[in-house]
Design a protein around this ligand. Structure first.
Ligand SMILES: Cc1cc2nc3c(=O)[nH]c(=O)nc-3n(C[C@H](O)[C@H](O)[C@H](O)COP(=O)(O)OP(=O)(O)OC[C@H]3O[C@@H](n4cnc5c(N)ncnc54)[C@H](O)[C@@H]3O)c2cc1C
Length: 490
C-alpha cells in the first residue's frame, strides 16, 4: 500500500515538474501559425501609445498597427535618419535567426531591404567560426541546424525596420524629442500619458493601451513609483561587462573569410572574448568583451590584446585592415529582470529591455523584444479578453530560458553578484557542465547544433537541453576539472 502511495506521489510530482518545465521550454508563440503583421478589419485597440522609439518600440507599434485605430510612438531623443536611436546601437549586435523570422513576417520586404543595403545571408554553423577553450567548434555542413544570420549592423536593422514600419503602417504617428513624464489614469488603470516636448509644453494623449518599450531604465517603473508608490521588484545579476570596439575596413587584397568570428570566454578563469562581425558595407566591427576588468580605449592596447590572448583570426583581420574612427566602449552592469507580472494594472504592458535586459554577449535582447511583440499580437488577435498581468506572466515564461542561460553562465565568473540562491548553489555544477559542453562543442557536431539552436531561441527547442544526456552532463559527473593542464588554448 505504502509503495503504491509513494508511486502515485512520485508520478504526480513528475507531472507537476514536467508541466512547469514544459510551460517554460515551450512558452514561445508559434510563428508559423501567427498572423502578426497581417491586416485586420477588427480594431481591438482604439488608441495605442508606445514609449521608446528603438527596436522594441518600432516592432511593438508595427504589431499594434493592424489591430488599432491609431498608434503613437513616443521617443525622447531625436530619431536619426541613418543610425540607431539607442546608446548601444553602434556596438556589435547579432540578430538571431528566430528574431529575423519574426521581423520578416511583420515586414515581408525586410530581407530584400537589408540585402539591398549590402547584407549577406550566412549559415551560422557553417560560415561562421567559433572558438572555445577546447579549440574551434566542430564543423557542420551547410544547412545543418538551420541557424542563419545576415552580415548587418544594428543601426541598419533599426533604420530599415523604421522605414518599413512607417511605409507599411500608416496609422503610426512618431513623436520624437518628446519625453514621457507622467502616466494618466489611476493607480490601477493607465489611461494615457503626458510628454514634454522641446518647447517644454506638456501634451497628454489618452490611450486604450500603453506599451512601455523604453528600455533598461524603463519609464513606467519609475513613474509608477513616483506617482503611486508602486514598486516594480527587480532581480539583477551583475557581471559588469564592457564592450570595447572599433570598425575596420579590410584592404582590397584581403578577403574576409567568415562573417562572424567568435572567441568565446569561459568561466571561471577566462572572463573575456572577442568578436569580429562583417557589416552590410563590407567593413568589420571588432569587439573585445570583458567581464569586470576595466580596459583602455587606446588603439594599441586594444589591438595588442587580441595578439596577447592569441585570438589569431581577429589579429589577422586587424593586420589586413585599416581602422575607421576611434575605439569606443560601452559598459553594462549585467542582466536585469523587472517583475511586471506582479503588477495588476489595466491599460498597460511592458516589453523588451524594459522587462528583461540581458548581458549582451548572448545576443538575445532584440529577439526577446520581437518575441514579446509576437505574444502581444497573439493575445490581441484571439479576441478573448486578457489582462495585462496575463500578458506579463506569459512573457515571463518566454524569457525565463534565455534569462537562465545568460545569468547561469555569468554567475560562473568569480565576482558576479546577484542571482537566486538556487542558481548560486548550482555554480560548481554549472562550471563543470560548461567545461563538458566546451569539450563537446569542439568535438561533437551534434552538441554544436543543439547549443546553437537553443541559444538562437529557435521555436520550441528548449527541451533539447533537458534530454537525459544533457542532464547527465549537469548532474551525473563528479565535480573535477575536465580540462587538461595547459588550457586555455587561445
Ligand atoms: C553593448 C550591447 C550589445 C548588444 N548586443 C546585442 C546583440 O548582439 N543581439 C541582441 O539581440 N541584442 C543585443 N543587445 C541588446 C539590445 O541592444 C537591446 O535588447 C535592445 O536594444 C532593446 O531594445 P529596447 O527598444 O527594448 O530598448 P532600447 O534600445 O534601450 O530603447 C529604449 C528607447 O526608449 C527611449 N526612452 C527612454 N525613456 C523614455 C521616455 N521617458 N520618453 C520617451 N522615450 C524614452 C530611449 O531614448 C530609447 O530610444 C546589446 C546591448 C548592448 C548594450
Amino acid at each position: 500500500m505504502l509503495v503504491v502511495i509513494v508511486l502515485i506521489v512520485v508520478c504526480l510530482l513528475s507531472i507537476c515538474v514536467y508541466r512547469y518545465l514544459d510551460g517554460i521550454l515551450s512558452a514561445q508563440v508559434q510563428l508559423s501559425s501567427s498572423e502578426i503583421g497581417r491586416p485586420s478589419n477588427v480594431k481591438v485597440v482604439g488608441t495605442a501609445v508606445v514609449v521608446g522609439g528603438s527596436i522594441s518600440g518600432i516592432i511593438a507599434a508595427s504589431t499594434l498597427s493592424p489591430l488599432s485605430k491609431q498608434v503613437f510612438l513616443i521617443e525622447k531623443r531625436k530619431i536619426p535618419e541613418d543610425s540607431s536611436v539607442a546608446d548601444q546601437g553602434n556596438q556589435v549586435h547579432i540578430f538571431l535567426s528566430c528574431g529575423i523570422d519574426i521581423i520578416a513576417k511583420i515586414f515581408p520586404n525586410f530581407i530584400d531591404a537589408i540585402i539591398k543595403k549590402g547584407a549577406v545571408r550566412f549559415d551560422a554553423l557553417h560560415d561562421c567560426k567559433s572558438i572555445g577553450i577546447e579549440g574551434p567548434f566542430a564543423s557542420c555542413e551547410k544547412g545543418e541546424g538551420g541557424v542563419y544570420g545576415y552580415s548587418i549592423s544594428r543601426a541598419c536593422v533599426e533604420v530599415v525596420i523604421r522605414r518599413l514600419a512607417l511605409e507599411t503602417f500608416k496609422n503610426i504617428q512618431v513623436i520624437d524629442e518628446a519625453e514621457v513624464i507622467r502616466l494618466e489614469g489611476t493607480k490601477d488603470h493607465v489611461t494615457g500619458l503626458t510628454y514634454k516636448n522641446l518647447d517644454q509644453e506638456e501634451i497628454t494623449i489618452q490611450s486604450d493601451l500603453f506599451v512601455d518599450a523604453s528600455g533598461l531604465y524603463g519609464i513606467s517603473a519609475r513613474l509608477l513609483n513616483k506617482q503611486y508608490g508602486i514598486n516594480i521588484e527587480k532581480k539583477k545579476v551583475k557581471s559588469y561587462i564592457e564592450y570595447i570596439s572599433c570598425r575596420y575596413a579590410p584592404r582590397p587584397e584581403y578577403k574576409v573569410k567568415n562573417p562572424i568570428i567568435f572567441y568565446r570566454g569561459h568561466p571561471p578563469h577566462k572572463p573575456y572574448g572577442g568578436i569580429s562581425q562583417l557589416l552590410e558595407d563590407g567593413n568589420l566591427i571588432i569587439m573585445l568583451g570583458m567581464f569586470k576588468t576595466p580596459m583602455s580605449t587606446n588603439r594599441e592596447s586594444f589591438e595588442d590584446f587580441f595578439k596577447e590572448k592569441q585570438m589569431h583570426l581577429i589579429s589577422e583581420i586587424i593586420e589586413n585592415s585599416d581602422p575607421i574612427g576611434s575605439v569606443f566602449s560601452f559598459k553594462k552592469e549585467g542582466s536585469q529582470y523587472n517583475y511586471f507580472e506582479n503588477l495588476n494594472m489595466k491599460g498597460m504592458i511592458a516589453l523588451g529591455d524594459a522587462v528583461c535586459s540581458f548581458n549582451p554577449v548572448y545576443g538575445q535582447g532584440m529577439t526577446c523584444a520581437a518575441e514579446g511583440c509576437l505574444l502581444l499580437d497573439q493575445l490581441l488577435r484571439n479576441r478573448k479578453p486578457f489582462s495585462c498581468q496575463e500578458y506579463q506572466k506569459r512573457l515571463c515564461k518566454i524569457v525565463t530560458l534565455p534569462w537562465l542561460l545568460a545569468t547561469n553562465a555569468d554567475l560562473c565568473f568569480p565576482g558576479t553578484q546577484g542571482g537566486s540562491s538556487f542558481q548560486r548553489m548550482m555554480i560548481p555544477r554549472t562550471i563543470k557542465a560548461n567545461q563538458e559542453v566546451a569539450v563537446k562543442l569542439a568535438r561533437s557536431k551534434e552538441t554544436h547544433i543543439d547549443v546553437a539552436i537553443v541559444m538562437n531561441m529557435t521555436e520550441g527547442t528548449g527541451w533539447r537541453i533537458l534530454t537525459p544526456l544533457w542532464l547527465r552532463k549537469l548532474f551525473g559527473y563528479p565535480i573535477v576539472p575536465v580540462m587538461k593542464p595547459g588550457y586555455p588554448v587561445w
